[in-house]
Structures are given as C-alpha cells and as structure tokens.
Design a protein around this ligand. Structure first.
Ligand SMILES: NC(=O)C1=CN([C@@H]2O[C@H](COP(=O)(O)OP(=O)(O)OC[C@H]3O[C@@H](n4cnc5c(N)ncnc54)[C@H](O)[C@@H]3O)[C@@H](O)[C@H]2O)C=CC1
Ligand SMILES: O=C(O)C(=O)[C@H](O)COP(=O)(O)O
Length: 372
C-alpha cells in the first residue's frame, strides 16, 4: 500500500466514516486514510484513473470490470457491501490480483422480513391459516425465510438444484410453482453457459420466470421478486397479470433504475429495491467488507456495528402476538406509495426515471430488523 490509504467509496455505504478512518485502518502503520465518497453510478474509469485509489468500496450499482479498471493501476481491494455479486467481474479481479469481498448474508433477515410483510399485507388471513410458501433459492435469504415460515406453522416447498435435498429443499421447480399460495425468489442473477464459458451457470436464473413457468402457477398464487429484476421476464409477467389478475410484488426490476408505469400499474406492491434496507442490514454490509479489508491489511478490526446501533424494540415475538401491528413494524404500503408518486411523463411513456428511483434509495429512512 502507498503511504496514505486512498479509498473511493459509494456514498450510499452506511457509516463509511465510522468504519474507514485513521484510527480504524491506520492503527499499526500510522497511515492516514482519505475517503472520496461518490454516488455509485458516478464511479467510472475516468475517476479511478485520475484518483488512483488503493481501495474501491461499492454497492450494487457500480459495474466492476475491465472497462472500469483498465486505466487504473492502484486498486488492491474491492469490497461490495452487498450480497449480490452480478455487478462484479470476479475473474477479471482475480486476473489482476485484486482482492474481492462481498457481504454474504448481510441482509438475510431484512429481505426475509420484507417478503413476510408483503404476503401478510396482501393476505392478513395468512397469519391464522395453513399456507404453503414456495421458495426458489435456499441460500442465506431463502433458508432464513423458511425459518420464519416454519415458525408461523406454514408449509415450505423449496427448490434449489445446487444444494442437497433437505426438509426445505424438497420439491421440483414445477411443484413449487404449481402448489404454493405464494412463491418468493431468492436466487443470484446468473446466465446460461455459452460453450466453455466458466462464468455461466448450469441452472441460469435470467428469465427463470417466463411465460412457461408463469403458466405453471395458479392465478391466485402470489409472486414476489426481491432477488434481481432480470430473473423475471417483465413482458411475460405483464401478459400473465393481464390474463390471470395475479398479485405480484416487485422490489427489483428488469430495467432498473428506470421502471415503466405499464408494469407498476399492474403490480399489487412495488418498492424501489429496498428489501435489504434496514439499519442492521446496511451496517452489517459495511462491517463485513471492513473486516475483510482488515484481514487484507493484516490488522485487527477496531470498529463494530454494535457500537453504532441504537436500541431496537421491534420484537418478532410481539408481532406474532399482535399481527395488527404489522404496519408499525414495517409500513410497506408507504414505500409502495413513494415509488408510485415518482411516476412522470405522458402515456405511453410514463415511467419512474432513474434519478428518482435512485433518489428514493439514497434518501430511504432505514427500517429496523425485527429481533427474535
Ligand atoms: N432486494 C434486495 O434488497 C436484495 C436482493 N438480494 C438478492 O438476493 C439474492 C440471494 O441472496 P442470498 O440468499 O443471500 O444468496 P445465497 O448465495 O446465499 O443463496 C442463493 C441460492 O440460490 C441458489 N440458486 C442458484 N441458481 C438457482 C436456480 N436456478 N434455481 C434455484 N436456486 C438457485 C444457490 O444454490 C444458492 O443456494 C442475491 O444474489 C441478490 O441478488 C440480496 C440482498 C438484498
Ligand atoms: O445486497 C444486495 O445484493 C442488494 O441488492 C442490495 O441490498 C442493494 O442495495 P444497493 O447496493 O444497490 O445499495
């Protein structure tokens, strides 16, 4: 590393200055830390070539690849304070010998709680009756959601072809889609293998939900996508909703950050990619990449998110005992209204514009995770 440590960071990373400062990083070497906060979409090749930072900290909106880094010769560590990694060309980073870390699992409870809130907002009667919840992708978020579902006495039908079968990984894709009251998607965004392309997946998720798979779902089955927009083919979804009247909840969109009103108008609930946006989820994301950077620098972590968290009074046990308090725990319809309030333009081009979508996320009042 150079004498001082220069960090270019997405300004939407929570508590940047609390985690990355002289005391928390320069503790052994006495190095000073300079942070340059930049909106994630403005982190570009020109900036990285001019600044030549040692460290790049991002979230999901910065594409990290050869185009971004070809003219940069200084970055030694890239940390993404996100679960998803589809925006990062990890093979390229490995080829350049740049260490990469993401924040696996950081918002698993936040997203699982988002999904429960969506289902119980649309169908409050599900608090009291037997429900079959379909979960596609049983990693950190999917398996956490399954725990909440079990706790509510719901049956889980789960599909994850990359994991061994288990009590929750217990069904084919067709069975999950055709026999669930609600289906929730928790897969990474992956593409098909092309020839010997090592990056592709044997079970690609791009357009996993399309005309064919939607046709397997009964009309009254809710669909929730809080994974990545392109997992659902939006044109096919619009046709499906027109045909069946299906209740659909989207937190992520195929052409995000722009979202067409022709889609939003058909959705039961639409939110601006905030399923993981709790204080705990975002701080955990920062903590995980901070810890990874400390490991890279050979220093002991000197900051902990527990120092930064105010008291949390949101107890899952309380909500279970008082389901009528759901909107006090998370008023999802407020997020839905905020997104819809940003629709502008004239028909047929009415849409939420990218800067408005990003603005809602930048200025989001972070929720609290419910504690067990
Ligand atoms: N809306 C939001 O705010 C957030 C969205 N996410 C998204 O959620 C995704 C999932 O997150 P985690 O559960 O933490 O990831 P994870 O990596 O722990 O689990 C993903 C699971 O999906 C499975 N999978 C892969 N391809 C599949 C396929 N074709 N069919 C069924 N299962 C498949 C994998 O085997 C793995 O078990 C992330 O990749 C990210 O894109 C994550 C956090 C917040
Ligand atoms: O962690 C992920 O993966 C996500 O989708 C993030 O929560 C999205 O947030 P940003 O990284 O876009 O702020």
């Amino acid at each position: 590393m150079a004498k001082g440590i220069t960090i270019v960071a997405d300004s939407n990373i929570a508590s940047l200055n609390d985690f990355f400062n002289d005391a928390t990083l320069g503790q052994l070497s006495g190095q000073t830390v300079k942070i340059i906060p930049v909106a994630g979409r403005d982190i570009d090749a020109k900036l990285l070539s001019e600044v030549q930072p040692d460290i790049l900290l991002i979230r999901s909106v910065t594409q990290v690849n050869e185009a971004l880094l070809a003219e940069n010769h200084s970055v030694q560590f890239v940390g993404s304070a996100t679960i998803g990694t589809d925006h990062v060309d990890q093979d390229y980073l490995a080829m350049r010998n740049i260490t990469f870390a993401n924040a696996a699992g950081c918002s698993k409870h936040s997203v699982a709680q988002y999904v429960l809130t969506a289902i119980l907002t649309i169908r409050p009667n599900y608090w009291q009756q037997p429900v079959t919840l379909g979960i596609i992708g049983l990693g950190n978020i999917g398996s956490t959601l399954a725990q909440y579902a079990n706790d509510l006495g719901w049956q889980v039908l789960g599909y994850d072809p990359l994991l061994p079968s288990s009590t929750i990984n217990n069904a084919s894709l067709e069975k999950v889609l055709s026999q669930s009251n609600a289906v929730s998607l928790h897969v990474p965004l992956t593409s098909e293998k092309v020839d010997s392309d090592a990056k592709g997946s044997d079970y690609p998720t791009r357009h996993l939900i399309n005309a064919e798979t939607l046709a397997m779902m009964p009309a009254d089955t809710i669909l929730i996508n809080s994974a990545r927009g392109p997992v659902v083919n939006e044109n096919d979804l619009k046709n499906d909703i027109a045909l069946t009247g299906r209740q659909v909840v989207l937190d992520v969109f195929e052409h995000e950050p722009t979202v067409a009103d022709s889609l939003i108008a058909k959705l039961k609930i639409a939110t601006p990619h905030i399923a993981g946006y709790t204080l705990e989820g975002k701080l955990r994301g920062t903590q995980i990449i901070y810890d990874a950077l400390c490991e890279k620098l050979g220093i002991i972590p000197a900051q902990s998110m527990s120092n930064l968290l105010p008291l949390n009074l949101f107890l899952w046990s309380e909500l279970k005992a008082h389901p009528d308090r759901l909107s006090k725990f998370y008023d999802m319809m407020q997020d839905n209204a905020s997104l819809r309030s940003k629709i502008s333009g004239e028909n047929p081009d009415k849409q939420v514009n990218g800067p408005d979508f990003d603005g809602l996320r930048r200025d989001y009042h972070l929720r609290r995770e419910w504690q067990s």
